[in-house]
Design a protein around this ligand. Sequence first.
Ligand SMILES: *Cc1c(COP(=O)(O)O)cnc(C)c1O
Length: 224
Amino acid sequence: MSIARNLEQYQKKLTDTGCKLIAVSKTKPIADLQQAYDAGQRDFGENKIQEMTDKYALLPKDIRWHMIGHVQRNKIKYMASFVHLIHGVDSYKLLKEINKQALKNDRVIDCLLQVHIATEDSKFGFSDDELETMLSDELFVALENVRITGFMGMATNTKNETIAQNEFRGLRELMQKIKSKYTHTQLALSELSMGMSGDFEIALQEGSTIVRVGSAIFGTRDYQ
Ligand SMILES: *Cc1c(COP(=O)(O)O)cnc(C)c1O
């Protein structure tokens, strides 16, 4: 199995879609990331801040690092200087801390709001109501060092494609609705981060602009 060949296949599938490919490299060794880099890949996704920070230190500085996992508030400071996009923002408290650390680093950090779209309980994310509550609050408007560039969602892990399709579609429609309803300056909604190795084709059909693909590029992981 060749990482470069897998990447090439995915890039081909995404040609003309305008959708970006994030290579999810969590648990994988530096050598694997370097192979992907040498094949032209520049967007990498990690789900642990410590691991991403370690890899950032060792790899070329033109890599765009995506934090795709659940974010621990006390660790945001370690990635605040370099993270490209935080996909898993699921509370106001978290966003507030990201804003604080962004300010300290004299920058604006791009974030996606993670919305709970799956029927499974275990997944993180805002409910529609929680989302609207935050966006309607003036505390949100005061956050000037974050920019919300879109939404992220994980569909139910199921072989039933209709379920995933409806969940992804729901996220796209929700973003449309929010976009027409709220005009805060920190909302620049255009990205939909949805789709992974198992369901990226369905996500693509439903308007995904960012797919997060791990095992189909790097091979299976020993642990999540
Ligand atoms: C691990 C992970 C992925 C990639 O999963 P694969 O099935 O290996 O493609 C995508 N998104 C998130 C949030 C992840 O944690």
